[in-house]
Design a protein around this ligand. Structure first.
Ligand code: C5P
Length: 225
């Protein structure tokens, strides 16, 4: 299966939105890998497992009962769609994500998403580690302040409490942790199309990505994309 598009970048860069739009437009599967790390972080917190207990964390991840259904996420049958989207869950995710055993436990799970007719995968290391063979790789960025502002609006829309100043600090801390970790650090793949989205609309970013997709897979035009 070589129809894979990877979309990586820091928190709040718009990866999730763009990946969702591209997957919908093409009718391809979508992998939100951040959700898997968020689920792992949530489960670790609930089970009281410390971030230093690497093998226990990895075993916990392998035993997670996760289901994605109708746009909702279930953990052991419980709807955790909102619980995994809080800043707290994001920070827990970023901590478990720095544990090599956790990343190894999630690797095959993520690769299994590569199915016909195609996959759009969003995360931090989709193009560098999980799908290095993907023919289309995108790396999305935006300034930390702009990303915090977007996250603030998203949280408010969901009725969740937020402070812009705290979000800016948290986004900077999370960036630092994601970029400096020893395993699968956040960085663009050498062959990624880099898109700086601070001054771009969602439509402009998705157009750039779709232009690249259609250039790589010209037959998709005939399929009506
Ligand atoms: O993308 P999202 O903000 O949901 O990801 C939450 C956290 O999970 C990130 O801050 C990052 O530490 C981690 N993550 C990762 N690798 C991925 C996706 C997410 O390390 N492929």
């Amino acid at each position: 299966m070589n129809r894979i598009i990877t979309i990586d970048g820091p928190s709040g860069s718009g990866k999730g939105t763009i990946a969702g739009l591209v997957a919908l437009r093409l009718g391809w599967h979508l992998l939100d890998s951040g959700a898997l790390y968020r689920l792992a972080g949530l489960a670790a917190g609930r089970a009281g497992v410390g971030f230093d207990q690497s093998q226990v964390l990895a075993d916990l991840v392998l035993g997670l009962e996760v289901e994605f259904r109708d746009g909702q996420v279930f953990l052991g049958g419980e709807d955790v769609s909102l619980a995994i989207r809080t800043e707290r869950a994001g920070n827990a995710a970023s901590k478990v994500a720095a544990v090599p055993e956790v990343r190894a436990a999630l690797l095959q799970w993520q690769r299994d998403y590569a199915r016909e007719p195609g996959l759009v995968a969003d995360g931090r290391d989709m193009g560098t580690v999980v799908f290095p063979e993907a023919p289309v790789k995108v790396y999305l960025t935006a300034t930390a302040v702009e990303r915090a502002r977007r996250r603030y609006n998203q949280l408010k829309e969901k009725g969740l409490d937020a402070s812009l100043a705290d979000l800016i600090t948290e986004i900077r801390e999370r960036d630092e942790r994601d970029r400096s970790r020893a395993v699968a650090p956040l960085k663009p793949a050498p062959d990624a199309l880099e898109v700086e989205s601070t001054a771009l609309t969602i439509e402009e970013v998705s157009k750039r990505v779709l232009d690249k997709v259609l250039e790589t897979y010209p037959d998709l035009r005939d399929e009506g994309a």
